[in-house]
Design a protein around this ligand. Structure first.
Ligand code: ADP
Ligand code: MG
Length: 238
């Protein structure tokens, strides 16, 4: 399978502090790639670099074989990149359907935006709440709608920043199935998530960031037993 995303040698500095140092990571089409690490490890900063919101000091970002390092967020979005944010960022006063429509009308399928939106509402079983104002939704459902909105641009690379935060176990279980179905349709998913059970269940590959550096990568079974990873989470030396 082709690589949808290839990050290499990425360094980001905030003043004197290096939030990322020489980071390399890749995400394959049709696969779910996890990005985990303790708070402050640099996960959201790496998302900002991939989406073009933050310029790295050095390093490259390649999407589907194209070097996009010098491109801005909207150009990358047109190449098929979509993301959700750690903080919920729905348009609160718009209905669920209109949140999706706004996104679809910006995407490559703008000509049949309404049809794209209907399909997603159907697929994610959001019919009952489609006309509700999104600021009235419980957090767990809001998370799902955020993913639905990201899907409205039919992304080939989907970045999710803690999408399961605030979901109950049943919602998370449904969410795992949804992620798998998105990947099965060919998109690459890069998933930042604190719910370790979810990460280990759905991810094909996992990268571990600690203090701005990748300290391990591999399939969940390997990561689960990696001593550097265990130490990073316990906050002790390996
Ligand atoms: P994570 O998402 O893994 O919790 P972040 O990417 O949010 O980590 O943060 C990585 C590091 O960079 C932290 O030390 C954080 O304090 C710092 N940082 C993040 N954003 C900024 C910013 N805009 N200005 C200064 N420091 C920042
Ligand atoms: Mg974060």
């Amino acid at each position: 399978m082709p690589l949808q995303l290839e990050v290499s040698g990425v360094t980001v500095a905030f003043g004197g502090h290096r939030a990322l140092e020489d980071v390399a990571l890749s995400a394959e089409a049709g696969k779910i790639t996890g990005l985990i690490g303790p708070n402050g490890a640099g996960k959201s900063t790496l998302f900002d670099v991939v989406t073009g919101l933050r310029k790295p000091v050095s390093g490259t970002v390649v999407m589907d074989g194209h070097d996009v390092t010098k491109e801005g967020p909207s150009k990358r979005a047109r190449r098929g990149l979509a993301r959700t944010f750690q903080r919920l960022e729905l348009f609160g006063r718009l209905s669920v359907r209109d949140n999706l429509l706004v996104a679809a009308e910006l995407g490559p399928h703008r000509r049949n935006a309404a049809q794209v939106v209907d399909e997603i509402i159907d697929r994610l079983d959001l019919g009952d709440i489609a006309d509700e104002s999104s600021d009235e939704l419980p957090t767990g459902i809001g998370r799902l709608v955020e993913v639905a909105r990201a899907l409205a641009v039919k992304p080939s690379l989907l970045l999710l920043d803690e999408p399961a935060a605030g979901q109950d176990p049943e919602e998370t279980e449904r969410f795992a199935l949804l992620l798998r179905s998105i990947a099965d349709r060919g998109a690459a998913i890069l998933l930042v998530e604190h719910d370790m059970e979810l990460v280990m269940e759905v991810c094909d590959q996992v990268f571990v960031l600690d203090l701005g550096k990748i300290i391990a990568s591999g399939p969940p079974d390997v990561i689960r037993k990696d001593e550097k990873v265990l130490a990073a989470y316990l906050g002790t030396e390996a």
